[in-house]
Write a protein that binds this ligand. Structure first.
Ligand code: F6P
Length: 344
């Protein structure tokens, strides 16, 4: 059997580990041949630069960040039935009978529909640094991003204290505050702000003032999608980001300016941005991505299409892809409340 592989959406550390594991298992145990489609769904629409993936082709890629297949945010269903026909034609041209789709909410949402509505045999593998996919305890990429953000916070503590300044760290997370919460707790942040809960700037300033009173400089971790309660975050311009959302001025910059204005304390902002998505995966992410790759190939062998591999405790299970994409997994209020003990 010929099996196709693609990686779609924002990249994250661990994608290559999935590809390596799937190919090794499929070739060694089931005699499969693998075809890598380039740049997410775009590769299936355009049928460009397809790669044959054998064991030699995946050697040495386990610790490498990014994806050897490239990625894009192309949604083939935006092109209607024509997109589906192009995908079917590309799969037929390459003799591909099953597709392993490694992606986040958008990429897997397409896989769910292609499987369910058009009978295209897809198995999903969940990835995102944001950890906001339902139906799996963790996505790979998240642990690496949290480690990078935590190291940054550790470093910012010392420079904040030298100058007795407020340091605001903006981390990724448009809709969920998982990175902010985990890195903020691990890094000993004094304020953690997440998209799930609107914040009150005066309350934040109160925590900052109390932190200075005990002769320590405060660190504020803010997720990029966090918003103030009174909605007074000023939009820089009307430009749209790649998701079609209005691009914010950067909540970190805005918040630091407000803190200076309201407390009279000097404040600086560090935006970690794509550093959180780059570089080598952590040991946990390599482990998780490898197991996802192995189990995805088993799902192909079983003809269990329309499913996604997921982590439950320490087990890898299969769930309907739609279960992961139907709604985002956000930070529960009680988990956020745990962190509040450390504010101020
Ligand atoms: O979904 C992953 C993610 O890294 C988000 O945390 C972030 O908001 C977004 O992608 C950035 O997307 P892009 O790389 O297209 O700017």
């Amino acid at each position: 059997m010929r099996v196709g592989l693609l990686t779609g959406g924002g990249d994250c550390p661990g994608l290559n580990a999935v590809i390596r594991a799937a190919v090794r298992k499929g070739v060694r145990d089931y005699g499969y041949a693998f075809v890598g489609f380039r740049d997410g769904w775009r590769g299936l629409l355009d049928d460009h630069r397809t790669t044959a993936l054998d064991i030699a082709a995946v050697r040495g890629i386990l610790p490498r960040g990014g994806t050897i297949l490239g990625s894009s945010r192309t949604n083939p269903l935006a092109e209607g039935e024509e997109g589906v026909c192009l995908i079917e034609a590309t799969l037929a041209r390459h003799g591909v009978e099953a597709l392993v789709v490694i992606g986040g909410e958008d990429t897997l949402g397409v896989a769910a529909r292609l499987s369910g509505e058009y009978g295209i045999p897809c198995v999903g593998v969940p990835k995102t640094i944001d950890n906001d996919l339902s139906a799996t305890d963790y996505t790979f990429g998240f642990d690496t991003a949290v480690s990078i953000a935590t190291e940054a916070i550790d470093r910012l503590h010392t420079t904040a204290e030298s100058h007795m300044r407020v340091l605001v760290v903006e981390v990724m997370g448009r809709h969920s505050g998982w990175i902010a919460l985990h890195a903020g707790l691990a890094g000993g942040a004094n304020v953690i702000l997440v998209p799930e809960r609107r914040f009150d700037v005066d309350e934040v300033c109160g925590w900052i003032t109390s932190r200075f009173r005990s002769s320590y400089a405060p660190i504020v971790v803010v997720a990029e999608g966090a918003m103030p309660r009174d909605g007074d975050l000023v939009l820089k311009d009307g430009t749209l980001d790649s998701f079609g959302h209005v691009r914010l001025s950067g909540v970190g910059e805005w918040l630091a300016a407000e803190i200076e204005r309201r407390t009279g304390k000097e404040a600086r902002t560090t935006v970690l941005g794509h550093v959180q998505r780059g570089g080598t995966p952590s040991a946990f992410d390599r482990w998780l991505a490898t197991r996802f790759g192995l189990h995805a190939v088993d799902a192909v062998r079983d003809g269990d299409f329309g499913t996604m591999v997921a982590l439950r405790g320490t087990d890898i299970v299969r769930v309907p892809i739609g279960e992961a994409t139907a709604r985002l997994k956000t930070v529960p209020p009680e988990m956020y409340a745990e962190a509040e003990v450390f504010f101020g």
